[in-house]
Ligand binder design. Structure first.
Ligand code: ATP
Ligand code: MG
Length: 581
């Protein structure tokens, strides 16, 4: 089960795989649970229920006309006041629940960021994140469910004590007809639970849609596709609207079912009372009031019980889903040996790899010589970027082996391995923040002024910094917005320079740039490539003209390899590439 499968979005629907069972305890392991607050909150909640129950006796005393003294009124007012104080005190429970959600949220992100890359293959990150932020809310629900159960237990206990003995005929009516009421409440509760799930899934679909559209808003405009974007949005909003309508009906039905029980309670008390008075069994209204008060307490209990299943359906279900994510295996970045200081050739021996079932790298054996520039060329989809990711161990090999010098990928820790490798790809990963923070991303050490100066000069960044107020401290937006493609690329080059890796992977680092910008970026790249093992993935002959060695990939296999001069003679693909230049 992959993490992303929980959030699969196909442009119309979000599917949710059924989570595995029995993992609830994982959710709270290592999360600080504010037990004291929770217990105090629970005591207050239970106390509040007691006060509510005493109120029925006060109503009873007031309504039965036995107001020879003002005591029931004072008691009613005092109880009401206490109730208000207790309701306010429920803020303690809320604080406790928010604390739990916060703890789970932290734990969840810590987990997600450590999941292997293969878990993220198919999904839009925005869609996933909207789910993650809302799903974390579920973590608190089982605790509130426990408090609700405590209250229910109390209602049930007090019901037994409060059952009126004087009007058995009314009680019989009451019990029988309440069974009907329970049935109607069950139905309404089910409908409400279904409506809630429906609304949640529709919201999820909408969020996915908007995040995708907003991320590509430039392209939407460039394609004159505003109308299409609006139509699709309208369609999804319509389905969201239908879900909301269904939800409104469901809530209405639930209100009706609840009110139905009131009608039953009143009718039974009155009917039972009328029958009893006519038969001369009673001669005042007190027993009638007590049937009424009992009915109200019974109704309170039933509603509390009946809403519990829907509570569990959405909350415990959500919690389980969270817990399942939390049990997914993490990438272990720290276990394993250190990298020897001395680097060496990168060697693949009979390496295989598949993203899903389809093999993408199919028995590759090759040597990428240390300290040289090796170009990897090949048609789209031939597996070039995949080779780059395998070198960086973003994915484990399916079979075969990978070595850097004497170091075997199987025995060196991921952290130590990746520390030796720098990547500059087609689209640099920039984050909201200053240019400085973007450049030193991934570097923990102090950087001296002279080192900054050297990096800026070598990555050809001076003109970029001059063009942006604040220079290194200029703040860029999410994904580096505010910087042009070439500027972003130079920031990425400066970042790789600070990292100073022994192995540098360039995955079409200049592919998106116009010739003038490419020339500016190339200077920086050229400086970056000095004294490293360089793996350069390229489409054009010009990009590989400086290569010492070339590997031609074809459908995940090595079609040819050798020096450019050798390939000029032997590889048809290489010859064609040269002709296009
Ligand atoms: N995340 C992924 N999940 C599933 N399949 C993938 C994934 N990434 C790539 N592939 C598939 O693996 C194959 C190799 O992809 P890769 O990105 O390595 O090709 P490439 O040689 O870099 O192509 P290009 O020149 O277009 O960049 C392709 O068939 C592609 O469809
Ligand atoms: Mg590629």
């Amino acid at each position: 089960m992959k993490f992303s499968q929980y959030f699969r979005y196909d442009g119309e629907h979000c599917s949710e795989e059924k989570p595995q069972r029995g993992v609830l305890k994982t959710l709270y392991r290592k999360v600080k649970i504010p037990w004291v607050l929770l217990i105090i909150g629970a005591i207050f909640a239970v106390f509040n229920s007691i006060v509510i129950l005493t109120q029925f006796e006060n109503y009873n005393a007031i309504f039965s006309g036995a107001l020879t003294s003002l005591d029931p009124l004072w008691q009613y007012l005092a109880a009401s006041f206490i109730q208000y104080v207790l309701i306010f005190a429920s803020i303690l429970t809320d604080i406790a629940l928010v604390t739990i959600v916060t703890g789970v949220r932290k734990k969840l992100w810590k987990k997600i960021v450590r999941l292997p890359l293969s878990d993220f293959e198919t999904e839009s990150p925005n869609g996933m994140l909207s789910r993650i932020t809302s799903d974390a809310e579920y973590a608190a629900k089982p605790f509130s469910a426990v408090i609700a159960i405590l209250q229910i237990a109390l209602y049930i206990l007090s019901l037994g004590a409060a059952a009126p003995k004087d009007l058995p005929q009314a009680l019989v009516f009451l019990i029988i007809t309440l069974i009907l009421a329970v049935a109607s409440i069950i139905v309404s509760v089910r409908v409400v639970a279904k409506a809630t799930t429906l609304v949640q899934s529709r919201i999820s679909v909408l969020t996915n849609h908007y995040s995708e559209q907003l991320a590509n808003i430039k392209f939407v405009k460039a394609s004159n596709a505003e109308r299409k974007a609006i139509d699709k949005s309208n369609l999804l909003i319509e389905t969201r609207y239908k879900a909301a309508l269904y939800n409104a009906f469901a809530t209405g039905l639930q209100t009706l079912a609840n009110n139905f029980t009131y009608v039953i309670i009143y009718s039974c008390a009155f009917l039972g009372g009328i029958v009893a008075i006519a038969a001369g069994a009673i001669n005042d209204t007190a027993p009638i009031s007590s049937v009424y008060a009992f009915g109200m307490a019974l109704e309170l209990t039933l509603v509390a019980i009946m809403t519990l299943p829907s509570y569990f359906a959405s909350t415990v279900g959500g919690s389980k889903k969270l817990a399942t994510i939390l049990t997914m295996p993490e990438e272990n970045v720290s276990d394993g040996g250190a990298m020897p200081d001395q680097t060496g050739d990168i060697r693949f021996a009979d390496a295989t790899f598949a993203y899903e079932e389809k093999p993408v790298i199919d028995g590759v054996s090759t040597v990428i010589p240390a300290g040289k520039v090796t170009a990897i060329v090949g048609a789209n989809g031939s597996g070039k970027s995949t080779i780059a990711k395998l070198i960086d161990r973003l994915y484990p090999l399916g079979g075969g082996s990978l070595m850097i010098g004497e170091a075997d990928a199987k025995s060196v820790s991921l952290q130590a391995w990746r520390a030796r490798i720098g990547v500059v790809s087609q689209s640099p990963a920039l984050f909201a923040g200053t240019i400085r923070d973007n450049i030193r991303y991934g570097t923990d050490r102090e950087i001296s002024d002279s080192e900054w100066d050297a990096v800026i000069a070598a990555s050809n960044l001076s003109s970029v910094l001059a063009a942006h107020a604040g220079g290194l401290d200029c703040v860029v937006g999410i994904d580096g917005t505010g910087l042009s493609g070439g500027e972003q690329q130079r920031v990425a080059i400066a970042r790789a320079m600070l990292k100073d890796p022994q192995i540098l992977i360039l995955d079409e680092a200049t592919a998106n740039l116009d010739p003038k910008t490419e020339a500016e970026v190339k200077d920086g790249l050229h400086n970056l490539m000095q004294n490293r093992t360089v793996v350069e993935i390229a489409h054009s002959a010009s990009a590989i003209k400086d290569a010492d060695y070339v590997i031609v990939l074809d459908k995940g296999r090595i079609a040819a390899s050798g020096t450019p001069e050798e390939l000029q003679k032997t590889s048809l693909f290489y010859q064609k590439l040269q002709q296009k230049a």
